[in-house]
Design a protein around this ligand. Structure first.
Ligand code: UT7
Length: 338
């Protein structure tokens, strides 16, 4: 009997309406469109604005997840109560606890689902997809929703020009179901190196440094990034792991229909595609419109370019991010989208 595989059977997404372009950013910090475009490939990003239901609260990551999942359920003709599990990959949860996935579960009325968050920074969606697939492959569950979502604007210091230029907000979700053929998730390689902590982190708000007047004054609740160092690690690790998954699965460049990479910097994506021997027309990229939405980037590419996928396409996903965490996943696309 052949192995039970998990297949992506639908995609939903959401980006906020507000567009923060390079020109507006150049009014906040000393930068310009030419610098940002040539160094990163980013032209604009989306920002979630607006107030939440409770006094003093803003709209959180769950708000974007809700819209992404509602679209997913409508497109796949799925009822909320049919969902078994909801996984949310995020570094910007609504609260420290409960999990954002629990909040989404209630918002969409998925009353038979259990739900939890998973945090692997920019590799979060990749980790969550691999995790969700295990629940399908074991035969235990039939419908798993995997969401990558971040409201990065909630942890970005808009006076730090080295960091604020790359990040944006967005969310997208996929439905995983048992594959009815040989398509679906074939393989993945996930890696971590915790010594990367010093280069990419959010210093305060956790148990080592709970929130205090001092942490606020020191701007320690914002994402900190030593950009050039992270860049070097990202280029070599994302390219290496993508080459490794190709080799492991005997894939040549010509066998691959699409590379769907994490969107942090166009130069990192180009280096990965080069290493894999892929031409630019096989690389899915929307970084110019959304920037780096952390866990949102890969599923937002699925959402944006869904119509380009054909059933049976060999697709390689690759990501690198805080932790450090990185990895690559190989799947055969499972449907022709209408
Ligand atoms: O999402 C997963 C994790 N994150 C990443 O993968 C991001 C990886 N890093 C990067 O993408 C890049 O490092 C950045 C886009 C963040 C920065 O680009 P860079 O080419 O590495 O710039 P840099 O930090 O080495 O700075 C080079 C110069 C510096 O000036 P000096 O010291 O050479 O005079 C910076 O002060 O560029 C200056 N600079 C800027 N100038 C205009 C830095 N940021 C800006 C800016 N506008 N926004």
């Amino acid at each position: 009997m052949s192995k039970l595989r998990a297949a992506i059977t639908g995609v939903g997404g959401y980006v906020p309406d507000y567009v923060l372009d390079n020109n507006e950013l150049s009014k906040l910090v000393e930068t310009n469109d030419e610098w940002i475009t040539s160094r990163t490939g980013i032209k604009e990003r989306r920002i979630l604005k607006g107030k939440g239901d409770f006094e003093g609260e803003l709209l959180g990551t769950s708000h974007m997840c809700k819209f992404a999942v509602e679209e997913l359920l409508q497109k796949t003709n799925t009822k909320p109560e049919e969902i078994d599990l909801i996984l949310v990959a995020t570094v910007t949860p609504d609260y420290i606890f409960p999990s954002t996935a629990n909040i989404v579960q209630d918002m969409i009325g998925a009353k038979n689902a259990f739900s939890y968050d998973l945090q692997a920074a920019c590799s979060g969606f990749l980790y969550a997809l691999a995790t969700g697939a295990q629940f399908i492959e074991s035969g235990k569950y039939k419908k798993v929703v995997v969401i990558g979502a971040d409201k990065m604007s909630s942890i970005i210091d808009y006076s730090d020009r080295k960091t604020c230029i790359i990040f944006g907000d967005g969310a997208a979700a996929v439905l995983l179901e048992p594959s009815i053929d040989e398509t679906g998730i074939q393989d993945f390689i996930l890696k971590s190196d915790g010594s990367g902590l010093q280069y990419l982190n959010c210093k305060a708000g956790g148990s080592r440094k709970p929130a205090s007047h001092e942490t606020v004054d020191n701007r320690e609740h914002y994402a900190f990034q030593e950009g050039a160092t992270v860049f070097k690690y990202a280029v070599s690790n994302m390219a290496d792991v993508s080459a490794e998954i190709m080799e492991k699965n005997h894939l040549k460049s010509d066998d691959i229909a699409w590379l769907v990479p994490h969107q942090a910097n166009k130069r990192i994506i180009d280096a990965t595609a080069d290493r894999m021997g892929l031409s630019a027309d096989k690389v899915m990229m929307n970084i110019e419109r959304y920037g780096n939405t952390t866990a949102g980037t890969i599923p937002l590419c699925f959402w944006d370019f869904e119509k380009k996928f054909k059933k049976g396409d060999n697709v390689v996903l690759a990501a690198f991010g805080g932790g450090f965490t990185w990895g690559s996943l190989y799947l055969k696309w499972s449907y022709d989208s209408k």
